[in-house]
Design a binder for this molecule. Structure first.
Ligand SMILES: Cc1cc2nc3c(=O)[nH]c(=O)nc-3n(C[C@H](O)[C@H](O)[C@H](O)COP(=O)(O)OP(=O)(O)OC[C@H]3O[C@@H](n4cnc5c(N)ncnc54)[C@H](O)[C@@H]3O)c2cc1C
Length: 312
């Protein structure tokens, strides 16, 4: 059974010795106005799984807490199709729990489900945090960059940001590379994932869990073969968890593109890509990244060959 969320947030608001004013906007635009009014004194809250622990320890001490959870119709997971494009739309308040179990996401963006499932393996299922993390909150917390961001980036997903002047669509990576000048008050409202090409494509997400303080890393790989399933026409590798932002490697994929599948090439590409992500300052991290990327490439090749290998 899911532990009640509102019990937890409400009891936190009511019983908290941490003093703040609690605000409940009815729309993203109203929330933007509040952010604009109170600026750095205010903090948005969605699932609360990141923010409440930080407030309890007084690491973060907002004077105004703007709860997005009461904004109606922001938990949707839809497939859309219009003249210009088609794909999946996800409201910022959709939880990772619901996304992982959504038929639409399982059918249209399976690599995101893999990322969510691997994240869930480490979580305590009796805690409300397991159920309440929202996709908007997750993408707005740099600590979770290793988990779902590489999977969304490999799907070419975009974030729809609501600001006072209207909304704009930006690449997922820009959520992690904000310039931090402190005067941009935008709210993540929606994620859009374009329709994916399915044949000859292998899409994979793999994770390496760090122990003893070492960071967890996530690697997402997109690999497309030619029709004969011999040459690699396209390959992308995105790794999260090493720095503040996920990194799309360039040089590793460059040596594989246009060439036939080859064991030495896979090893060399993983080596180069790991170096791009980690540099050479920490040999253990570098080796973990190399193993992770190599495994993800091999897995993506298997998937892109798919039923063809079985002679169907
Ligand atoms: C030290 C630490 C390490 C963590 N490491 C990991 C990890 O490795 N992997 C992992 O998956 N999780 C990790 N988490 C937890 C993770 O950050 C949260 O589970 C989740 O990302 C927060 O989602 P939420 O909906 O509960 O957001 P909240 O706790 O409500 O908010 C999180 C942050 O996002 C902002 N925010 C929320 N919604 C929006 C929005 N729509 N637009 C703009 N900003 C918004 C909030 O202001 C806040 O700063 C970590 C948490 C902590 C404290």
């Amino acid at each position: 059974m899911r532990p009640g969320y509102f019990e937890d947030l409400e009891s936190f608001v009511e019983l908290s010795s941490v003093k703040f004013e609690y605000l409940e906007p009815n729309s993203l635009k109203e929330a933007c106005s509040m952010l604009d009014q109170y600026k750095d004194k205010a903090k948005l809250i969605a699932g609360g799984t990141h923010l409440i622990p930080l407030m309890k320890t007084r690491t973060v001490t907002p004077e105004y807490l703007i709860n997005l959870k009461n904004i109606p119709n922001l938990e949707y997971i839809d497939y859309y199709s219009d003249f210009a494009e088609e794909g999946v739309k996800i409201g910022a308040l959709a939880t990772l729990f619901d996304l992982g179990r959504s038929v639409i996401i399982n059918e249209r963006a399976g690599v995101l489900v893999e990322a969510i499932n691997l994240r869930e393996q480490r979580l305590n299922k009796t805690r409300w945090a397991y159920y309440m993390t929202t996709i908007g909150g997750c993408l707005s917390s740099p600590e979770s960059a290793a988990d779902i961001a590489p999977a969304l980036m490999i799907l070419d997903a975009k974030a729809v940001m609501q600001g006072l002047q209207g909304w704009e669509t930006v690449p997922i990576e820009s959520l992690f590379t904000k310039n931090g000048n402190g005067d941009v008050y935008e709210i993540l409202g929606e994620i859009r994932i374009p329709k994916q090409q399915e044949s000859e494509v292998g899409l994979v997400y793999e994770k390496s869990v760090g122990t003893g303080g070492a960071p967890s890393m996530g690697a997402a790989v997109y690999l497309r073969l030619d029709l004969k399933h011999v040459d690699i026409e396209e390959i992308r590798i995105i790794v999260g968890g090493v720095g503040a932002a996920p990194v799309e490697t360039q040089e590793g994929p460059a040596i594989m593109k246009g060439n036939p599948i080859d064991d030495h090439l896979i090893i060399d590409a993983a080596d180069i890509a790991a170096g791009e992500v980690c540099g050479d300052s920490d040999p253990e991290l570098l080796e973990r990244a190399r193993e992770l990327i190599e495994e993800a490439i091999r897995h993506a090749i298997d998937r892109s060959i798919g039923d063809f290998a079985l002679g169907y």
